[in-house]
Design a protein around this ligand. Structure first.
Ligand SMILES: C[S@@+](CC[C@H](N)C(=O)[O-])C[C@H]1O[C@@H](n2cnc3c(N)ncnc32)[C@H](O)[C@@H]1O
Length: 246
């Protein structure tokens, strides 16, 4: 619990980012993302705040279904959680789970479970170069994987991917002592059971060390981007047309 959190530990690597990571451990990690994200990433809150209102407006206007892109979707659980809520509310949307890592895409595609998500293996830049556009561009737990140059590229790319009047919302951890201690304590009882044989606990702690604080991100965010803090130890970096840039 004594990790130095005074600055981003951008040089510490997550085990799942190793191209030679053990495939079975990686699969168990993708499998457990859903449970972890249900608690820390709160897909229901994301759905109510950003997805449902836009999907309803689109239905009222009898427009084409909302296009949602999840950049760095990993195991795709967030996309499937959104798809289930849209179906429950009889709202229409096309959801694309994008990841640059073929291991993640293969696992996610095999575990769609009838959600109807489109899984694609490519980078966000690949889609932007093809001129693809989406109404909502999301990411979750991606920003902290990037260095400052990668972050700048990701923001420019996701800004290019969003259609007029669309939203970009990058969700991530906000580095804090509370978050580190809470994650360490909250996952400890499951270390030998639910989380055993996965990278969740070790990479989760590394993720927190690699993450930005709200203040750090606000200082380097380009004009037009807005940083919001959230609970528990969360942040969002958002771009909306009405918030600033054209
Ligand atoms: C920690 S995982 C997060 C997975 C998932 N979003 C979640 O919250 O569980 C980060 C993912 O981002 C992917 N990624 C990183 N940079 C990317 C890029 N430029 N385009 C697409 N995927 C990217 C990685 O391959 C990795 O699977």
């Amino acid at each position: 619990m004594g990790a130095d959190l005074s600055a981003r530990a951008a040089d510490v690597r997550e085990l799942m980012d190793d191209p030679d990571a053990d495939p079975q451990t990686l699969e168990r990690t993708y499998r457990r993302f859903g449970a972890v994200n249900a608690v820390v990433s709160r897909p229901g809150a994301l759905y109510r705040a950003d997805v449902r209102p836009r999907a309803r407006r689109r239905r009222s206007a009898a427009g084409a279904p909302l296009r949602i892109l999840d950049v760095g979707a990993g195991g795709g659980d967030l996309c499937r959680a959104l798809a289930a809520r849209l179906r429950r509310d009889r709202l229409d949307a096309g959801i694309t789970a994008l990841d640059i890592d073929p291991r993640a895409v293969a696992w996610a595609r095999a575990h769609d479970g009838g959600a109807g998500v489109a899984y694609r293996c490519a980078s966000a830049a690949d889609l932007a170069e093809r001129g693809e556009r989406f109404d909502i561009v999301l990411s979750n737990h991606v920003l902290h994987h990037l260095d400052d140059e990668g972050l700048a590229e990701m923001l420019a790319t996701t800004r290019a991917l969003v259609a007029p009047h669309g939203l970009v919302a990058h969700h991530d951890i906000a580095r804090s002592r509370f978050g580190y201690v809470a994650f360490a304590a909250g996952t400890w009882p499951f270390a030998r059971t639910l989380l055993s044989g996965s990278f969740i606990r070790e990479d989760g702690l590394t993720s927190i060390r690699r993450s930005y604080t709200v203040t750090e991100l606000a200082m380097i965010a380009p004009p037009g981007w807005v940083v919001r803090g959230g609970f528990p130890s969360r942040l969002q970096l958002r771009w909306e047309q009405d918030d600033g840039a054209s």
